[in-house]
Ligand binder design. Structure first.
Ligand SMILES: [Mg+2]
Length: 130
């Protein structure tokens, strides 16, 4: 059993012990997950790029971020066992699809924004990839 599966079982047992699974339908789990993502985003709201990196140097602030990330993962794990998705398998499969969709030679150093289009420079020479 992978550590992710073990973690999922611990989260499941936590929920079962409290009889909370009765509340965990997929819609409400997604809403809870998004709420936790919002709490994580709130940690960064209105901070400059410089301030964003500095908060990770403060142990108490980093702990708060860590707890929000944990909340997100716990809801994702709960969602995955409720609808029977193998997260590791899903990520492995999606990663393979993404490798085909975004080949290194066409994607390295480039990202896009729906409003601003592509950003970055397509590197053509072989040396640029090493
Ligand atoms: Mg939270």
């Amino acid at each position: 059993m992978s550590s992710l599966e073990e973690l999922r079982e611990k989260v499941k047992q936590f929920n079962l012990d409290r009889d909370w699974d009765q509340f965990h339908n997929p819609k409400d789990l997604i809403i809870a997950l998004l709420s936790e993502v919002g709490e994580l985003a709130e940690c960064y709201r209105w901070l400059s790029s410089e301030e964003v990196f500095k908060i990770h140097l403060d142990p108490l602030k980093k702990q708060k971020v860590s707890e929000e990330v944990a909340d997100i993962l716990m809801y994702l794990l709960t969602f995955s066992y409720k609808i029977d998705i193998d997260l590791l398998k899903a990520v492995e499969e999606k990663l393979e699809k993404n490798k085909l969709k975004y080949p290194v030679e066409k994607s390295k150093g480039i990202h896009s924004n729906p409003l601003m289009g592509f950003k970055g420079v397509l590197k053509n020479s072989k040396e640029d990839f090493e």
